[in-house]
Design a protein around this ligand. Structure first.
Ligand code: KG4
Ligand code: ZN
Length: 345
């Protein structure tokens, strides 16, 4: 029976390795960020991401064992993100997992990255545990640089996609606006900081599809509107009004996310809601979501940042549960830039 796994995540620009129990207990999680390598390009360069994963990965495997005070004898399987993501980046994690599985005579399993994000609230360590009454079913909003989707989560492997962005992800929108405003990369956290002293109603930005009777979203109109606004104002005015611009732009994204969350919770008659993915680090979104959940009498769980952003612990948790059910991947399993149709309903 699989109780504990070594887990690898390389789907985007974070290299991460963890040792995780099937119960969700995280013995160790170690990650290497590539922000500095991509910053000068103003975004993630897939080739550079793949190259850096191949440099960082094996030393991180060693570090994960060391930090957990464990050896290969203590794990019964290897889990690895194999979809969706940047294919070149996924391949590095996948071939490493396969080679390790072969040499250590362990089974391995390819895991869907988004499934990891959706079950991340169940992770536990010395500083974090989900509230005692937290369980399935719940509504989950996964918001990152690549995804903005709403799900109804009923149990392991039982996920219904309620809606998703039709175009850009919320994180991408944050990052592009930050880049255009001269704030650099990655921009989400810089907009968040800048917005703290700004007026969220100083500038008007569109809130596409906010009243639409679906769970779908669209952020490309907001991105273009942000670009037009910055061009019209010109560099001097932009510089002088950055806090107001950031606060107003951020508010437009947060308004849409909260409206869709509210609709999903109502329609699914949810009692519990989670936020996950890098954008759930946003302080304004957190504050607004907490206020909203309290008003509606909902249990809101936002995992700590280390489990919200890309990490191998969430992949290990999902993988360990699935391996304990008898699932394994064949040695010719490939990576995929997309989610499989069978992953979600
Ligand atoms: O989940 P994640 O670490 O990686 C992806 O799978 O994309 O999410 C990264 C995204 C980036 O777009 C980043 O700008 C955004 O999360 N982000 C934030 C904040 N911190 C990270 N967006 C808004 N406010 C933040 N505080
Ligand atoms: Zn992610």
């Amino acid at each position: 029976m699989v109780e504990r796994v070594l887990s690898i995540e390389t789907s985007c620009d974070d290299t991460s390795v963890a040792i995780v129990e099937r119960s969700g207990w995280v013995h160790s999680v170690v990650s290497a960020s590539q922000d500095l390598e991509h910053e000068m390009y103003g975004g993630i360069v897939p080739e550079i991401a793949a190259r850096n994963h191949s440099i960082a990965l094996l030393p991180l495997v060693e570090e994960a064992f060391k930090k957990a005070n464990m050896t290969w004898k203590d794990v019964q399987g290897i889990t690895v993100t194999n979809r969706p993501g940047l294919v070149g980046a996924l391949i590095v994690g996948l071939v490493t997992a396969k080679a390790l599985a072969q040499s250590k005579k362990l089974p391995f399993l390819g895991v869907n990255h988004l499934e990891g994000h959706l079950l991340a609230p169940f992770l536990k360590d010395a500083q974090y545990a989900p509230p005692e009454d937290f369980d399935y079913p719940y509504v989950g909003l996964a918001i990152s640089g690549g995804h903005t989707s709403l799900y109804h989560i009923k149990g392991l492997g039982d996920y219904k996609v309620l809606g998703a962005t039709k175009d850009d992800a919320a994180g991408e929108c944050f990052d592009k606006f930050a880049k255009m405003a001269g704030l650099g990369f990655p921009g989400g956290v810089r907009i968040d900081q800048m917005a703290k002293t700004g007026n969220p109603h100083a500038y008007e930005f569109p809130r596409s599809m906010i009243h639409d009777e679906t769970f779908d979203m669209s952020f490309s109109g907001l991105k273009s509107s942000g670009q037009r606004m910055l061009e019209q104002l010109g560099p001097e005015m932009v510089k002088q009004n950055l806090p107001d611009l950031c606060a107003s732009f951020q508010e437009a994204i947060v308004d849409v996310l909260i409206a869709k969350l509210d609709r999903a919770a109502k329609v699914m008659r949810a009692k519990r809601v989670i936020l996950t993915g890098g954008v759930s680090a946003n302080s304004r979104l957190r504050a607004r979501a907490e206020e909203w959940a309290q008003k509606k009498g909902l249990r809101l769980v936002i995992p700590p940042l280390r489990y919200c952003t890309d990490n191998a612990a969430m992949i290990g948790y999902v993988g360990a549960l699935r391996m304990a059910r008898g699932e394994v991947s064949p040695l010719d399993a490939g990576p995929s830039p997309h989610t499989l149709e069978s992953d979600f309903r």
